[in-house]
Design a protein around this ligand. Structure first.
Ligand code: SF4
Ligand code: SF4
Length: 380
């Protein structure tokens, strides 16, 4: 497990004072966004108080299956990730880029201003932080930084949460991204339910330290620190799903013509759910719309998916004509060619694509089937 990057010894926050933390964030101009129950799932939206959080809820995950259940305690963060991720906050689904309008014999362009409003994101898990770091490298730190992403990202304060349980879709330990957040947060909470309900608070930024000081938080005892470490260890050890990442890139790239791609292609519905829920997928399309009278025009950037036929269209015809080719493109990009492009895997092990695939396609199983075949071939 990676060591945790913090700026001070940890503090302890009583559960009854969680709202004080939200109040401090609001006083600093942040809109607080966090998990909420809506239509039977946990989504991310504005949170006014801790009563808005999914208190006393837990979730069940399996390939193609998700259910919310009541817990028999009042845990505030007793669930894992829902279909939503903070990707939607930074890389918004529909981003207007500019508007244009005819002015006599000229055309006047109005570029879209960037959004610098402050948001505090509450409840980011270790896999979420890794996904944000992955997108930062591409959209904020790469050769072609996106000003809309950068502005929103710079205005964010992140309150991470350590996972105290894993679900059957989770495999963050395969990539070392969870279950305990180790970096990329301003402040990180571990919920402690033994004894008085409280949170261990770890500090990752100067602003978080200011907030902890304003709140007058006490330093955490060694017992509380040990309890938090024990929760992370138990969660890690309890993780059932694994993805063998050893030699994964080479294995996948050596199997591009394997018949298994046709097998998975026959099950995949090309519904694009997996890319929609994936916190690292960043494919977009540029859409131009002109008014019928030709007087005005607007250009937007919208989330898109490599599973849609149009996404690979060149001169009106898709390059990836069948679903098998699109699934292969997605999986090999995520787990192999992403490493060539960006120096890291495009998967953080959050399991969303497994839970939310209506055909119950499970990338860890598909990889294992491709890998087993390689082993059979290379066995003496
Ligand atoms: S893998 Fe599943 S979620 Fe993804 S496009 Fe295919 S059917 Fe949809
Ligand atoms: S590919 Fe699946 S498991 Fe990996 S980060 Fe995306 S949604 Fe999560």
């Amino acid at each position: 497990m990676s060591s945790i990057r913090t700026l001070s010894p940890p503090f302890v926050l009583p559960r009854a004072r969680l709202d004080d933390l939200f109040e401090r964030l609001r006083a600093r101009g942040y809109r607080v966004i966090g998990p909420r129950v809506r239509d039977g799932v946990i989504v991310l939206d504005t949170v006014k108080s801790s009563a808005d959080l999914p208190v006393g809820y837990t979730d069940e995950h399996a390939p193609g299956r998700y259910r919310l259940r009541r817990r028999n305690d009042d845990a505030v963060f007793g669930f894992v990730v829902g279909p939503d991720s903070f990707k939607r906050t930074f890389l918004v689904p529909v981003q207007r880029l500019f508007r244009a309008r005819r002015d006599g014999d000229r055309v006047r362009f109005s570029p879209e201003p960037v959004d610098t409003s402050k948001v505090a994101l509450v409840g980011a898990r270790g896999c979420d932080l890794a996904a944000i770091e992955t997108q930062d490298e591409i959209l904020a730190e790469g050769a072609h930084a996106d000003p809309f992403y950068v502005a929103r990202r710079e205005a964010a304060f992140i309150v991470a949460v350590s996972c105290s349980e894993s679900r059957s879709s989770c495999f963050c330990t395969s990539f070392g991204t969870g279950p305990r957040p180790t970096r990329g947060f301003d402040l990180s909470l571990t919920e402690l339910l033994d004894g008085p309900h409280r949170f261990l608070v770890e500090i990752g930024s100067a602003e978080a330290l200011e907030i902890a000081t304003e709140l007058g938080l006490s330093t955490a005892s060694e017992q509380d620190q040990g309890a938090a470490a024990g929760i992370a260890l138990r969660t890690s050890r309890g993780m059932e799903r694994q993805l063998d990442t050893q030699g994964l890139r080479e294995m996948l790239l050596s199997r591009l013509e394997h018949p298994h791609w046709q097998d998975v292609g026959s099950r995949c519905l090309a519904c694009t759910n997996c890319t929609a829920v994936c916190p690292t997928c960043f494919c977009v399309d540029i859409v131009d719309k002109s008014s019928l009278d030709g007087e005005s025009h607007e250009r937007t950037r919208q989330h898109d998916s490599c599973f849609s036929a149009d996404y690979s269209a060149v001169h009106g015809h898709p390059v990836r004509n069948d679903v098998a080719a699109r699934y292969r493109q997605w999986l090999t990009h995520k787990l192999a060619t992403w490493i060539d492009q960006f120096g890291r895997s495009g998967c953080v092990g959050c399991g969303r694509c497994i839970t939310w695939c209506p055909a119950a396609i499970d990338l860890t199983r598909e990889v294992a089937r491709l890998r087993d075949d390689v082993s059979l071939e290379t066995d003496p």
